[in-house]
Design a binder for this molecule. Structure first.
Ligand code: ADP
Ligand code: MG
Length: 700
């Protein structure tokens, strides 16, 4: 089936072969449909024109009308800038360009009426506007009159060839004039349109480009955002369903010997309600005959490890092997020690396989894994190497999953004739909206309860001026028998400089906390793993009271006696990282503290981050704030998962629409999984025709 929207863009009036190439190369517009989906990024109301005398320092983007009275250039060759004096009936402002000045000089003329759009800022008591949008105030604009006009983004190259916002607007107008009723076909079934009160597709497309009113624009945006998110959710749910069918999974039918024994006698504490609930969810999966693919989210210290261990014991009771992969050597070691001591006296073979295990020891482990005499293997990336083979791997647990790339994870699956069950664990809580988008095809379990008796960590912000007081506080805590982390950020481009910062810090700490009264450890990424472990172990055994480190200790490390976390240059860390670091304390029964050290001058964004940290310990709240501050593209773990290029929807702001779209997709799949009902045919065809837009790689 071919529709008008699939026509090559070169057949649009005013395009032709040259422009079509430009459209394709610069703006990725190949068809009529692509142009239609090239949405404006902003709208202006031509009827609202500010006067220069009314400018205030708080003004956002505004529109002015006037003439340029003259140009002059400033600065040397390297830092040249072009300045135009712009005047309306009430005053003057300066327009400034730092780039593309030749082109500006060629195109803009003095004493000609222009409309300009930009944000005025005060510099040396004068207003100026850097890189304003400028357009001729011609008859066409005058007759446009009131109403919202679309503004389209473009590239320098395209602009030079006449495809600036105005140029694109003209093409879009031509396109809409050329389309016939029915060309922009509705594909959402009527029941969905009415249940979710959605605007029809054709009306939405017309109004997103040329809104008849604010209200209609809003309706159009809501509908098109819903459509965008709904299609992604459908795709994810279908992927999940087909994987369930395709991948038979191992049955863990028996729960006897080792699980029971550990549960009844071996566990040093009672599981929290949340841990029990998650365990039940896992139990249900492993009894269903399908492959489990579950994401376990739980804040730092919520007790994910023991849930993982119990899951692995289920596998072992049924004759399978289990594997636990951690992102760092330190963490793998810690898991190994921890699990060994928990399983003491039980008949379970546990091995550690990291890059450090070499020669005979390594050969021994590889042989025993292949023969099946090792039950649980714990390790790092070393586990995904070619030579590692299992007898019958039943479950793979991946700790701190955001640290691994998608492909690294996928390689473990291929180690079996049937894919093993997968449990991925993360302590970097992902905001709900984002989880629904990136992990929509995984089942998600959440441990939303901390073990009893934990006191919330007290977090405060201190500046360099408070340093002596902070040191005094550290001494008091050490006197009480506690231990302290002091963390330095990686700030410079070069590792050498980072190391210098850290060692400078270490030296000044060593001076403030002299031996033999105090013992200070240092750990950083450039140390030999054996040395790192040695220092870590000294701290774990309470032989040293202060651990000076880089972010290598961010993940997973568990020293319950450590009660103070000092983060130097805290303004340099992202929220997720700060929260992870803070999670290293507050693991014992004692009151713990986190002290965020910064200089006295902070950007607004840094201030906000610090204040969020001081206000809450809740990882999910922090993740939401992070999403708002940074946008989804920058969140940890999103880059490698191939997160969507959403055209319209904004995951930080459109959470409500996403929830609706998700709910709608779930209902639809439940009621007509293969989209066979007559009312669903347009939707099915639309998905088939647009499947080239697919942005997903399989997550796991
Ligand atoms: P995370 O979820 O960050 O990996 P861990 O599994 O390391 O957390 O657990 C943190 C600490 O809490 C460990 O010392 C662990 O022994 C302890 N713990 C876990 N579950 C419980 C519980 N139900 N009751 C008491 N302590 C628990
Ligand atoms: Mg952990």
């Amino acid at each position: 089936m071919s529709s008008a929207l699939q026509s090559d863009i070169k057949f649009l009036k005013g395009v032709g072969p040259q422009r079509s190439e430009l459209l394709s190369k610069e703006l990725y517009i190949d068809t009529f449909g692509d142009l239609l989906k090239y949405y404006p990024f902003r709208y202006v109301d031509r009827s609202i024109i500010h006067q220069i005398k009314d400018l205030t320092p708080l003004a956002q983007f505004i529109q002015l009308k006037g003439i340029i009275t003259g140009f002059h250039q400033k600065g040397d060759k390297k830092h040249r800038r072009l300045i135009a004096t712009f005047k309306d009936a009430t005053g003057e402002v300066e327009l400034i360009w730092f780039q593309g000045t030749d082109w500006i000089l060629k195109t803009l003329k003095v004493n000609t009426e222009y409309l300009i759009f930009g944000r005025p800022v005060i510099f040396n008591g004068e207003y100026n506007i850097a890189h304003p949008e400028v357009e001729l105030y011609n008859d066409e604009i005058k007759t446009e009159g009131k109403g919202l006009q679309p503004v389209y983004s473009s590239t320098e190259k395209a602009k030079k060839k006449g495809l600036d916002s105005k140029g694109i607007l003209k093409l879009t107008k031509a396109l809409i004039a050329q389309l016939k009723p029915g060309d922009i076909a509705e594909f959402l079934p009527p029941e969905i349109l009415s249940a979710y009160k959605l605007f029809p597709r054709a009306d939405s497309m017309l109004n997103i480009h040329f809104p008849k009113s604010e209200a209609l624009l809003h309706q159009a945006q809501r509908r098109l955002k819903f459509e965008e998110l709904f299609l992604i959710q459908l795709q994810l749910l279908k992927m999940k369903a087909s994987r369930g069918e395709a991948s038979k999974g191992f049955l863990f039918e028996k729960i006897d010997d080792r699980f029971e024994r550990f549960y009844k006698n071996g566990m040093p504490f009672e599981l929290t309600g949340a841990q029990k609930r998650v365990l039940k969810e896992i139990r249900k999966d492993t009894l269903a005959g399908k492959q489990m693919n579950r994401l376990l989210q739980g804040d730092v210290g919520s007790g994910k490890t023991v849930v993982a261990l119990l899951t692995m014991l289920m596998a072992i009771d049924n004759g399978y092997q289990a594997c636990l992969m951690a992102p760092t050597e330190i963490l793998a070691n810690q898991h190994y020690e921890n699990i060994l001591s928990l399983l003491k006296g039980m008949n379970v073979e546990v091995a550690l396989l990291t890059g450090n295990v070499k020669g005979k020891a390594r050969k021994f482990i590889l042989e025993n894994l292949a023969e099946g005499s090792i039950d649980i293997v714990i390790g790092t990336h070393a586990l995904i190497e070619e030579q590692v083979a299992f007898q019958n791997l039943g479950i793979v647990v991946i700790d701190e999953q955001h640290r691994f790339g998608v492909q690294q994870r996928a390689r473990l699956w291929t180690k079996n004739h049937l894919p093993p069950h997968i449990l991925v664990m993360t302590a970097t809580p992902i905001p709900r909206t984002l989880a629904m988008t990136i992990y929509g095809d995984l089942d998600v379990s959440v441990i939303d309860e901390l073990p009893p008796g934990r006191k919330p960590i007290r977090t405060v912000h201190r500046t360099d001026a408070d340093r002596l007081r902070v040191f005094g506080f550290i001494k008091d805590e050490i006197k009480k028998g506690r231990q302290v982390y002091i963390v330095y950020p990686l700030i410079e481009e070069s590792e050498e400089l980072d190391l210098k910062h850290l060692t400078d810090g270490y030296e000044s700490i060593s001076r403030a906390f002299p031996r033999p009264q105090y013992q200070v450890s240092i750990v950083h990424g450039r140390m030999r793993p054996a040395d790192k472990d040695f220092e870590m172990q000294r701290f774990v055994k309470n032989e040293t009271q202060i651990m000076v480190a880089t972010t290598v200790i961010e993940v997973g490390v568990n020293v319950p006696n450590a009660s103070v976390m000092i983060i130097e240059n805290a303004e340099r860390f992202g929220l997720a990282q700060l929260h992870q670091l803070r999670g290293r304390v507050g693991r014992g029964a004692e009151q713990s503290f986190c002290i965020l050290m910064t200089g006295s001058k902070l950007s607004n964004e840094s201030k906000q981050r610090i204040s969020v940290m001081c206000q809450t310990n809740d990882g999910f709240v922090i993740a939401e704030e992070d999403l708002k501050l940074r946008g989804p593209g920058d969140l940890e773990g999103t880059q490698q998962s191939g997160i969507v290029n959403l055209r319209l929807a904004d995951l930080a702001r459109d959470g409500n629409i996403l929830e609706e779209a998700r709910k709608c997709a779930v209902e639809l799949i439940a009621n007509d999984p293969l989209l066979m009902q007559p009312a669903h045919q347009p939707l099915r065809r639309f998905i088939e025709e647009n499947s080239k837009d697919k942005v997903w790689s399989k997550i796991s």
